[in-house]
Write a new protein. Structure first.
Length: 173
């Protein structure tokens, strides 16, 4: 038989951890929105720079040969600026995609938090947890761990998930 107080304490700990993770995810979501805004701004800058380059190309065609070298230098500088903004844009897009994956994990975390709440209600009503619920919980935690590993999540997040699984195994034994 599983000690009721230990399970309730673990469920309470898991709820707190989920709440902290949700707060971290909300912060990441805000950063994601800021980066999306930055990407839009970079795209606008990129368009303006391309327009300036087109104008300079026209001026270059009309200018004298002594002005040509100066305009070419300006065009090269602007093209380098475009390359730099495109690289920044790629970085922000990758970061945005990573944040979308984190948002998916957040949704899964919410579902698990609901499961913990249901289990807590079962404990309060029956005094014990059905083994099927524990098996389902363990399976979900292991699946989430694999997702975190495959998405190159930070080490501390992976270690926290491993600790949850080990603790669940200790409680069920």
């Amino acid at each position: 038989m599983i000690p009721e107080e230990g399970i309730l304490e673990e469920i309470s700990d898991l709820r707190q951890k989920c709440s902290k993770l949700n707060a971290e995810i909300n912060d990441l979501k805000l950063k994601h929105e800021q980066k999306v805004d930055k990407i839009s701004h970079l795209k606008e800058m990129n368009s303006k720079i391309k327009g300036l380059i087109a104008e300079m190309d026209e001026e270059l065609k009309l200018s004298k040969s002594d002005d040509e070298a100066s305009l070419r230098e300006q065009i090269n500088q602007l093209e380098q600026a475009i390359i730099k903004t495109q690289n920044e844009q790629k970085h922000f897009i990758l970061e945005t995609n990573r944040l979308k994956e984190v948002e998916k994990l957040r949704s899964a975390s919410r579902a698990r938090q609901m499961l913990y709440t249901d289990m807590s209600a079962q404990i309060n009503n029956n005094g014990n947890i059905p083994i099927s619920s524990l098996i389902l919980l363990r399976h979900d935690l292991e699946k989430e761990l694999q997702e975190l590993i495959s998405k190159d999540a930070p080490t501390y997040v992976i270690n926290r998930k491993k600790a949850q699984i080990v603790h669940l195994l200790d409680v069920t034994i």
